[in-house]
Design a protein around this ligand. Structure first.
Ligand SMILES: Nc1ncnc2c1ncn2[C@@H]1O[C@H](COP(=O)(O)OP(=O)(O)OP(=O)(O)O)[C@@H](O)[C@H]1O
Ligand SMILES: [Mg+2]
Length: 231
């Protein structure tokens, strides 16, 4: 269970998040939707512990408050973040990287998972270097499956994907969905959500969750956009 209470984030003089509350029970998948610049990525970075942020509020995984921990300790506590813009790691192969993420897995287990995500051919290449947009997203989901985290933050896992890739990426999310993981998926579009079993939708506008609800909110956003929440 991920439990976030009254999360506020300032960068310099500007307050970006203004007191976000969110509870995602283990096994559930919550979607965060909202207009550009509303603070969705900032929320993900803040839960992961971006050191550039001044942040307050509590972030708990189960009974453990991780809000004062540095990024790497939050990672050890079980948070995985997939970036909106995955960063390349020149000099580190994907195989070396996933061995660091979960040293407990054997080479055979890694190979089997890599085939499932169709990233076997990238294992010997540097992480996210010279991969296409869709290939990077598959690689991120492979890393997620390797880590088996308690909390998965998937920021625009559907951005830049063609329609078939959206289907295949959502299929990979569905097949690998784990009862011990709380999922947060940030997206602008209903397309990917139609293929996933979404438990709750949260609409973030100007650093606040201004509405939460079930799948009916996806339809509401699709029909009327975000301006309906901004008036
Ligand atoms: N390091 C930073 N310094 C200054 N402002 C920042 C910084 N990071 C984010 N912001 C600002 O915070 C606001 C929220 O940005 P964020 O990336 O969280 O939006 P978002 O909801 O993810 O948008 P998008 O849908 O376009 O990805 C924006 O106005 C952005 O310019
Ligand atoms: Mg973003």
């Amino acid at each position: 269970m991920l439990s976030v209470q009254n999360l506020k984030v300032s960068i310099g003089e500007v307050q970006i998040l203004k007191g976000i509350d969110m509870e995602v029970p283990s096994g559930e998948l919550h979607a965060i939707m909202g207009p550009n610049g509303s603070g969705k990525s900032t929320f993900c970075h803040a839960v992961m512990g971006n050191p550039d942020y001044e942040q307050s509020g509590s972030i708990q995984i189960g009974d453990t408050d991780i809000s004062k921990l540095p990024q790497y300790e939050r990672s050890s506590a079980g948070i995985f973040q997939s970036f909106q813009y995955p960063v390349g790691l020149p000099g580190v192969t994907l195989n070396e990287y996933v061995n660091e993420i979960n040293p407990g897995l054997s080479n055979d287990e890694i190979l089997e998972l890599s085939r499932k995500f169709n990233v076997e051919q990238f294992l010997s290449r540097d992480v996210n270097v010279d991969l296409s947009g869709g290939e990077k997203k598959r690689s991120e989901l492979f890393q997620l499956a390797i880590k088996k985290p308690k909390v998965a933050l998937l920021d625009e896992i559907d951005s830049g994907l063609d329609i078939d890739a959206i289907k295949s990426v959502s299929g990979l999310i569905n097949e690998n969905r784990n009862e011990d993981t709380s999922y947060i998926l940030v997206t602008h579009y209903s397309r990917i959500l139609k293929y996933l079993n979404v438990d709750q939708v949260h609409i973030v506008v100007q650093g606040n969750v201004i509405k939460s609800g079930g799948e009916e909110l996806i339809e509401e956003v699709d029909s009327n956009g975000y301006t309906q929440y901004q008036e």
